[in-house]
Write a protein that binds this ligand. Structure first.
Ligand SMILES: *[C@@H]1O[C@H](CO)[C@@H](O)[C@H](O)[C@H]1NC(C)=O
Ligand SMILES: *[C@@H]1O[C@H](CO)[C@@H](O)[C@H](O)[C@H]1NC(C)=O
Ligand SMILES: [Cu+2]
Length: 178
Protein backbone atom coordinates (compact mmCIF):
# COMPACT_ATOMS: atom_id res chain seq x y z
CA UNK A 1 0.00 0.00 0.00
CA UNK A 2 2.82 2.33 0.87
CA UNK A 3 4.45 1.80 -2.49
CA UNK A 4 1.08 2.26 -4.17
CA UNK A 5 0.61 5.47 -2.14
CA UNK A 6 3.94 6.85 -3.30
CA UNK A 7 3.10 5.91 -6.86
CA UNK A 8 -0.25 7.72 -6.67
CA UNK A 9 1.43 10.72 -5.08
CA UNK A 10 3.96 10.93 -7.87
CA UNK A 11 1.23 10.65 -10.45
CA UNK A 12 -0.79 13.43 -8.83
CA UNK A 13 2.30 15.59 -8.54
CA UNK A 14 3.13 15.00 -12.18
CA UNK A 15 -0.38 16.01 -13.22
CA UNK A 16 -0.27 19.04 -10.96
CA UNK A 17 3.08 20.19 -12.35
CA UNK A 18 1.81 19.56 -15.86
CA UNK A 19 -1.21 21.80 -15.24
CA UNK A 20 0.85 24.54 -13.60
CA UNK A 21 3.44 24.56 -16.35
CA UNK A 22 0.84 24.48 -19.09
CA UNK A 23 -1.02 27.39 -17.49
CA UNK A 24 2.23 29.38 -17.29
CA UNK A 25 2.93 28.55 -20.92
CA UNK A 26 -0.48 29.86 -21.97
CA UNK A 27 -0.33 33.05 -19.92
CA UNK A 28 3.23 33.82 -21.02
CA UNK A 29 2.07 33.92 -24.62
CA UNK A 30 -0.60 36.56 -23.91
CA UNK A 31 0.66 39.94 -25.08
CA UNK A 32 0.98 42.27 -22.13
CA UNK A 33 -0.61 45.72 -21.99
CA UNK A 34 1.89 48.44 -22.78
CA UNK A 35 2.37 52.14 -22.15
CA UNK A 36 2.87 53.63 -25.59
CA UNK A 37 4.67 56.98 -25.46
CA UNK A 38 3.30 59.22 -28.20
CA UNK A 39 6.22 60.32 -30.39
CA UNK A 40 8.60 57.98 -28.53
CA UNK A 41 11.60 60.02 -27.31
CA UNK A 42 10.29 63.17 -29.02
CA UNK A 43 7.11 63.20 -26.96
CA UNK A 44 4.16 65.39 -27.99
CA UNK A 45 5.71 68.39 -29.67
CA UNK A 46 5.60 70.78 -32.61
CA UNK A 47 9.06 69.94 -33.81
CA UNK A 48 8.42 68.64 -37.28
CA UNK A 49 7.61 65.23 -35.85
CA UNK A 50 5.26 63.30 -38.12
CA UNK A 51 2.69 61.74 -35.77
CA UNK A 52 0.75 60.25 -38.66
CA UNK A 53 3.78 58.28 -39.73
CA UNK A 54 4.57 57.42 -36.12
CA UNK A 55 1.05 56.08 -35.50
CA UNK A 56 1.17 54.01 -38.68
CA UNK A 57 4.24 52.26 -37.36
CA UNK A 58 2.66 51.27 -34.05
CA UNK A 59 0.26 48.60 -32.96
CA UNK A 60 -2.48 49.67 -30.54
CA UNK A 61 -4.46 47.08 -28.60
CA UNK A 62 -7.24 47.23 -26.04
CA UNK A 63 -5.62 47.44 -22.60
CA UNK A 64 -2.65 49.52 -23.78
CA UNK A 65 -2.21 53.08 -22.54
CA UNK A 66 -1.36 56.02 -24.76
CA UNK A 67 0.97 58.38 -22.87
CA UNK A 68 1.36 62.01 -23.93
CA UNK A 69 4.49 63.68 -22.56
CA UNK A 70 4.85 67.42 -23.19
CA UNK A 71 5.27 70.89 -21.66
CA UNK A 72 1.76 71.71 -20.43
CA UNK A 73 2.44 75.43 -20.94
CA UNK A 74 2.87 74.84 -24.66
CA UNK A 75 0.50 72.04 -25.68
CA UNK A 76 -2.55 70.03 -24.76
CA UNK A 77 -4.36 66.90 -25.96
CA UNK A 78 -7.86 66.76 -27.38
CA UNK A 79 -9.66 63.62 -28.38
CA UNK A 80 -12.14 64.33 -31.15
CA UNK A 81 -14.22 62.52 -33.76
CA UNK A 82 -13.09 61.70 -37.27
CA UNK A 83 -14.91 64.61 -38.93
CA UNK A 84 -13.66 67.24 -36.49
CA UNK A 85 -10.18 65.78 -36.88
CA UNK A 86 -10.12 66.61 -40.59
CA UNK A 87 -10.29 70.36 -40.04
CA UNK A 88 -8.66 70.41 -36.59
CA UNK A 89 -11.93 71.37 -34.91
CA UNK A 90 -12.20 71.05 -31.11
CA UNK A 91 -15.83 72.16 -30.90
CA UNK A 92 -17.09 68.63 -30.35
CA UNK A 93 -14.25 67.29 -28.25
CA UNK A 94 -14.76 63.86 -26.69
CA UNK A 95 -12.13 64.45 -24.01
CA UNK A 96 -9.23 66.77 -23.30
CA UNK A 97 -6.09 66.58 -21.22
CA UNK A 98 -3.45 69.09 -20.16
CA UNK A 99 -1.27 67.70 -17.40
CA UNK A 100 1.78 67.23 -19.60
CA UNK A 101 1.84 63.55 -18.70
CA UNK A 102 -1.55 62.32 -19.82
CA UNK A 103 -2.36 58.64 -19.74
CA UNK A 104 -5.19 57.64 -22.05
CA UNK A 105 -6.36 54.03 -21.60
CA UNK A 106 -7.31 52.33 -24.85
CA UNK A 107 -10.42 50.59 -23.60
CA UNK A 108 -12.26 49.77 -26.81
CA UNK A 109 -11.42 48.54 -30.27
CA UNK A 110 -11.94 51.15 -32.98
CA UNK A 111 -10.58 54.45 -34.21
CA UNK A 112 -9.47 57.35 -32.01
CA UNK A 113 -8.35 60.79 -33.10
CA UNK A 114 -6.07 63.14 -31.16
CA UNK A 115 -4.87 66.68 -31.74
CA UNK A 116 -3.35 69.66 -29.98
CA UNK A 117 -5.80 72.55 -29.64
CA UNK A 118 -3.18 75.32 -29.47
CA UNK A 119 -3.62 77.60 -32.47
CA UNK A 120 -1.82 76.29 -35.53
CA UNK A 121 -0.37 73.20 -33.88
CA UNK A 122 -2.85 70.68 -35.25
CA UNK A 123 -2.53 72.17 -38.75
CA UNK A 124 1.24 71.81 -38.41
CA UNK A 125 1.25 68.15 -37.55
CA UNK A 126 0.14 67.72 -33.94
CA UNK A 127 -2.63 65.33 -34.88
CA UNK A 128 -2.95 61.62 -35.48
CA UNK A 129 -5.43 58.81 -35.74
CA UNK A 130 -5.03 55.38 -34.22
CA UNK A 131 -6.87 52.12 -34.77
CA UNK A 132 -7.18 50.08 -31.59
CA UNK A 133 -7.53 46.34 -32.07
CA UNK A 134 -8.82 43.70 -29.66
CA UNK A 135 -6.17 42.43 -27.26
CA UNK A 136 -4.09 39.51 -28.52
CA UNK A 137 -4.67 36.22 -26.75
CA UNK A 138 -3.45 33.88 -29.48
CA UNK A 139 -0.23 31.91 -29.02
CA UNK A 140 0.75 32.89 -32.54
CA UNK A 141 0.59 36.72 -32.43
CA UNK A 142 2.89 37.17 -35.42
CA UNK A 143 0.85 34.89 -37.65
CA UNK A 144 -0.75 36.72 -40.54
CA UNK A 145 -4.57 36.68 -40.57
CA UNK A 146 -4.46 35.28 -44.10
CA UNK A 147 -2.34 32.28 -43.06
CA UNK A 148 -3.53 28.97 -44.46
CA UNK A 149 -5.71 27.14 -41.92
CA UNK A 150 -4.60 23.62 -40.92
CA UNK A 151 -5.85 21.03 -43.39
CA UNK A 152 -8.85 18.98 -42.27
CA UNK A 153 -7.83 15.88 -40.38
CA UNK A 154 -4.30 17.16 -39.87
CA UNK A 155 -2.80 17.67 -36.44
CA UNK A 156 -3.78 20.99 -34.88
CA UNK A 157 -0.96 23.47 -35.24
CA UNK A 158 0.90 24.06 -32.02
CA UNK A 159 3.91 26.13 -31.19
CA UNK A 160 7.01 23.97 -30.86
CA UNK A 161 7.19 24.86 -27.17
CA UNK A 162 3.66 23.59 -26.61
CA UNK A 163 4.29 20.40 -28.58
CA UNK A 164 7.47 19.72 -26.65
CA UNK A 165 5.64 20.32 -23.44
CA UNK A 166 2.82 17.94 -24.28
CA UNK A 167 5.45 15.27 -25.03
CA UNK A 168 6.91 15.96 -21.59
CA UNK A 169 3.48 15.50 -19.97
CA UNK A 170 3.10 12.08 -21.60
CA UNK A 171 6.65 11.13 -20.63
CA UNK A 172 5.93 12.20 -17.05
CA UNK A 173 2.67 10.25 -16.94
CA UNK A 174 4.33 7.15 -18.39
CA UNK A 175 7.10 7.29 -15.80
CA UNK A 176 4.72 7.91 -12.89
CA UNK A 177 2.53 4.98 -13.96
CA UNK A 178 5.45 2.52 -13.91
C1 LIG B 1 3.62 62.23 -42.58
O1 LIG B 1 3.63 60.86 -42.88
C2 LIG B 1 2.51 60.46 -43.65
C3 LIG B 1 2.54 58.94 -43.72
O2 LIG B 1 3.80 58.47 -44.09
C4 LIG B 1 2.59 61.14 -45.00
O3 LIG B 1 1.48 60.73 -45.79
C5 LIG B 1 2.57 62.64 -44.79
O4 LIG B 1 2.72 63.29 -46.02
C6 LIG B 1 3.66 63.06 -43.84
N1 LIG B 1 3.49 64.46 -43.52
C7 LIG B 1 4.46 65.35 -43.64
C8 LIG B 1 4.12 66.74 -43.25
O5 LIG B 1 5.57 65.04 -44.04
C1 LIG C 1 -14.93 71.82 -39.20
O1 LIG C 1 -15.91 71.08 -39.88
C2 LIG C 1 -17.12 70.95 -39.17
C3 LIG C 1 -18.00 69.99 -39.95
O2 LIG C 1 -17.93 70.23 -41.33
C4 LIG C 1 -17.75 72.33 -39.00
O3 LIG C 1 -18.95 72.22 -38.27
C5 LIG C 1 -16.78 73.21 -38.22
O4 LIG C 1 -17.28 74.53 -38.14
C6 LIG C 1 -15.42 73.23 -38.89
N1 LIG C 1 -14.49 73.92 -38.03
C7 LIG C 1 -13.52 74.69 -38.47
C8 LIG C 1 -12.63 75.30 -37.42
O5 LIG C 1 -13.34 74.90 -39.65
CU1 LIG D 1 0.64 71.98 -29.40
Amino acid sequence: MAINGISMGTKSLTLFLALVTFTCLLSSTTVEARDIIVGDDSGWTLNGFNYTAWAQGQKFAVGDNLVFKYDSALHDVYMVGGIAFKNCSTEKKLASFNTGNDIVPLSMAGNMWFLCSVSGHCENGMKFKITVVAAETSDTPTESPTATPPTTGGAPSLSSAASTFILLIFAGLAISLL
